[in-house]
Design a protein around this ligand. Structure first.
Ligand code: PA5
Length: 469
């Protein structure tokens, strides 16, 4: 199995490579009690049902069967599958689709898509987005997947209302029903009630699994399988990583080690976490990670209620593209970042650079090599340059990008996030900081029950002309 394992290489986090900016083995050993406690907390929380996402690799079999059967039923009738969701209900589906499928999947013919529909994920309420979509799809051959764990998110529910009305106008209420499938909680929120009353096909998000940890539920499994992705392999990859992350010995536990390294890095003032995959296919894994890391670890209070204002700001980058954009800052700017590269051993294609312009030495040297060698060499060269500049960096390598390794990668980051939260002594599974903005929106939109908030907003300091130029 080793050759199917993803690998975490943290050499360049260590002082042997980046001297005083790095960590020592002593730094790691000195936290062994804390690590042990965090380990136990992870085990206990899992046992007591506070981390139900950890069991997803094992308990989704029935759901997988339901999904596969449903897809068999609808696949031939549809050309487009549109996800309406936001945050944890959108980023995973985008990341997994981009990772596994053809880079121009939607542009392929249906035959080349093996009969599966195109995928669109509408994760914003920009008023230009849905009308734009309606210009390019045929409603009669489109299936809309409304995904919301809470069943009440304004962004998603407003999209649902717009789509429902348009479908009903186009084809009548009875027919419209066949074009909507819901993914939500089994009882909480408005969507499940509506789905039951109006008779929509529905998939249930298991209890105890929060939005950003829900990719391995129908939230991610349905859109993935709808595009021909092998979701059993995705879950198998996650289960494989789960075994690795059960190790008590942190030196053998990649998820916990990643968390510990980031925790120690934060203690040394590295408050920015850059995620830089060297593969277009992994570009949106960085987006998914950004939400997971930011929402889980950016917290005002610790578990005892003390104000701590902690967190590491995630930054998304793409190798090699951002070598020509951000790497200057990473190399010569402040010592405030941990740069995480994600590399791939075996890309799914090989492209040879033609042997041209031999007479121009500064160009001819490229010929005869592959783009594969070039991208991997540039990655190594950037790792080297950052190491030389004493910038903390580490590398996660996937033997190749497929369902099994992506399952591992997702689960690895989830465990790392949970473990880092334990070390930081914060709750990694809530997001109180996003509530204020939501409540202010409700108040301004006149939602019943938000009158007090509206009064508070009305009393806020007025913006002044002199500061607007
Ligand atoms: O991680 C989270 O819980 C959030 O980012 C949610 O995923 C996001 O707010 C969308 O929520 P819901 O799925 O309830 O619509």
């Amino acid at each position: 199995m080793k050759n199917k394992s993803i690998c975490l290489d943290f050499n360049h986090m260590m002082s042997e490579f980046i001297q005083e900016q790095g960590l020592t083995e002593k730094d790691i050993e000195s936290l062994s009690d804390k690590v042990q406690q965090a380990n136990q907390a992870m085990v206990m929380k899992r046992k007591n049902g506070y981390m139900d996402w950890r069991d997803l690799p094992y308990n989704q079999n029935e759901t997988v069967e339901e999904i596969v059967n449903y897809i068999e039923e609808v696949k031939d009738k549809i050309d487009a599958f549109v996800v309406l969701g936001i945050g944890g209900s959108a980023l995973g589906p985008i990341a997994v689709q981009q990772a596994i499928n053809h880079p121009y999947y939607n542009e392929l013919s249906k035959e080349k898509r093996n009969g599966y529909p195109k995928l669109y994920v509408i994760d914003n309420i920009d008023p230009e987005r849905l009308p734009g979509l309606f210009d390019i799809i045929d409603l009669k051959t489109t299936l809309f997947n409304v995904i919301t764990k809470s069943g009440s998110t304004s962004e998603t529910m407003s999209q649902f209302m717009i789509v429902k009305q348009i479908l009903e106008e186009e084809m009548g209420a009875e027919e419209a029903k066949k074009h909507i499938v819901c993914t939500t909680d089994k009882e909480k929120g408005n969507l499940i009630k509506i789905a039951k009353e109006e008779g929509y096909q529905t998939f249930i998000i298991p209890d105890g699994v929060g939005g950003r940890f829900s990719e391995l539920t129908p939230v991610g499994l349905l859109p993935a399988a709808m595009c021909g992705i092998d979701i059993k392999e995705l879950l198998a990859g996650a289960a494989y990583m789960d075994e690795r992350c059960k190790e008590d010995n942190i030196l053998k536990n990649p998820g916990h080690m990643y968390g510990l390294l980031q925790y120690l890095a934060m203690k040394k003032g590295k408050n920015i976490s850059v995620m830089m995959p060297y593969a277009d296919s992994l570009k949106y894994i960085a987006d998914w990670y950004a939400q997971l890391w930011a929402e889980s670890l950016g917290k005002k209070y610790d578990l005892q209620g003390n104000k701590v204002y902690v967190g590491q700001t995630p930054v998304k980058a793409l190798g090699v593209t951002d070598q020509h954009s951000q790497v200057q800052l990473y190399a010569e700017g402040p010592f405030d970042k941990v740069i995480v590269f994600i590399g791939v051993d075996q890309y799914r294609d090989t492209v040879t650079i033609p042997t041209l312009y031999k007479e121009i030495p500064s160009l001819g040297f490229l010929g005869g090599n592959t783009q594969n060698q070039l991208i991997q060499t540039e990655q190594m060269a950037t790792e080297y340059a950052l190491m030389k500049a004493k910038k903390m960096n580490m590398t996660i390598t996937l033997p190749k990008v497929d369902e099994f390794t992506i399952g591992q990668l997702l689960y690895f980051f989830e465990v790392a996030t949970g473990f880092t939260g334990e070390l930081m002594n914060i709750n990694a599974f809530d997001q109180p900081g996003v509530e204020e903005g939501k409540n202010a929106t409700y108040a301004m939109f006149g939602r019943p029950g938000y009158e007090k908030k509206k009064a508070e907003l009305d009393a806020r300091p007025k913006k002044q002309e002199k500061y607007m130029i």
